[in-house]
Design a protein around this ligand. Sequence first.
Ligand SMILES: *Cc1c(COP(=O)(O)O)cnc(C)c1O
Length: 391
Amino acid sequence: MTIPAETFSKRWESALQYNYGRPELTLISGKGLKITDSEGNTYLDFLGGIATNVLGHAHPAIVKAVSEQISTLGHVSNFFSHPGVLALAEKLQELTGDSSARVFFCNSGAEANEAALKLSRKTGRERIVATQGAFHGRTMGALSLTGQPSKRDPFKPLLPGIVHLPFDDLEAMRKKVTRKTAMVIIEPILGEAGVIMPSPGYLSGIRAICNATGALMVVDAVQTGMGRTGQWFGYEHEGIVPDVVTLAKGLGGGLPLGAMIALGGTSHLFQPGDHGTTFGGNPVACASALAAIDVLERKSLLKQARDHEFTIKSSLSQLPGVKEVRGMGLLLGIVLEKEVAPEMKNALQSAGVLVNAPTPHVIRIAPALIVSTAEVKKFISIFSKVLAVHG
Ligand SMILES: *Cc1c(COP(=O)(O)O)cnc(C)c1O
C-alpha cells in the first residue's frame, strides 16, 4: 500500500516541532543501500543517515545481535556491568592502540563532546580553543564549541573562555594556545561545513602545540570515526595520538551510541561521581556496535572505503561542473563550480539517489561502508547525468 508523502508531511507539521525543515520523504523500509519511501519509490542511500549506517539498512549481523540482546537483557543502568559494555570498551581501547585508554559511553555526538568539555575542566584550566566552521553538537556546551555563528547566535550567552580560530591555521593556534588552555578541539575533516580537509601537518602541528603547552588535544571523530575515512578515527594518517577522542554517528551501527575515550594521562581525570548518563553503554546499542565493528574488520571494509574513494574521485573530478572531490574514504564532498548543490540534491533525489547539500557548492556523500562497486558505479552514472542537466 502506498501513501502520498503529503499525508505524512501534514502529520509532521501538526505534531513535531519546527526545529527541522518539514521532510519531503517518509521512509518506510531499507535493505543494504536501498531504501523505500511511502509512495513505493526506491533510492540508493548515499547519505547513510548522515555517516551513521556503516552497515546500511537491516544488515543481518545487526539484526541478529540486536534481536538476541533485546530478548536477553535490554537495559541495566550504570549501577551494573554487562558483557557487551566490557567487550566494546576493550575493543575501542584496542583500536586506539592505547591500553591505558578509558571509555565513557553516552548516546550522541553532542554528549560525547560535553563529556570531553567536563573532562578538560578537571585539568584545572578553563580556556578552550576550537575552530571556525566546526560542528560539535547543539547542546549548550557542545554549541559553545561549535564554530558556526548561525547556530550559536540565537542562544547567547554561551560558555565563556572559548575562542574559534580559522581552520587549518597553525600559526593562529601557536599564538592562542597557552599554558592556560584546557583543551583544543578539532575535527580531522570538517564534516558539516562541507567536508573540508586541513593541509598535511595540521593535526600533527596541533599535537606538537598541545605537547608544548599541556593543553588536551581532543579529536572530534563523531563523523570521521568508525572506518568512515578508511581509518578507524580519521587522524591516523598524521601518525598522531590525541588525548581524547569523541565518537557517535557510525559507532552504534545505526543505534544511538556515543563515546568519549580518554587516552594516556587523561584517562584517570574523571573520578567517581564526576559524570554519568542513564542510557550510556546500553546493552542493545553495545551489541549493535560490536556487530558493526566485527563486520567492518572481517570484510576489510576500511581498505575498501579507500578503493571506493579512488574510484569516485577519479571519475567525478573529471566532469565539467565539478571543481574538486575532497574528503577521505567514504566521507566525500563533491565541490561544484556553481552554487547549485541544493538543486542537484533534489534532482538526485528524483533520480533515485539520496545525498545532502551542506553548503550551496557542496554535495556530501557518506554511504554505508558495505556499498558495492556496482552501487558506486551506479551512483557515478546517475550523478553524471543529473550534473549534465543541473550543473
Ligand atoms: C554530528 C556531529 C556532532 C553531533 O552529534 P549529535 O549526535 O547530533 O549530537 C558532533 N560532532 C561532529 C563532528 C558531528 O558530525
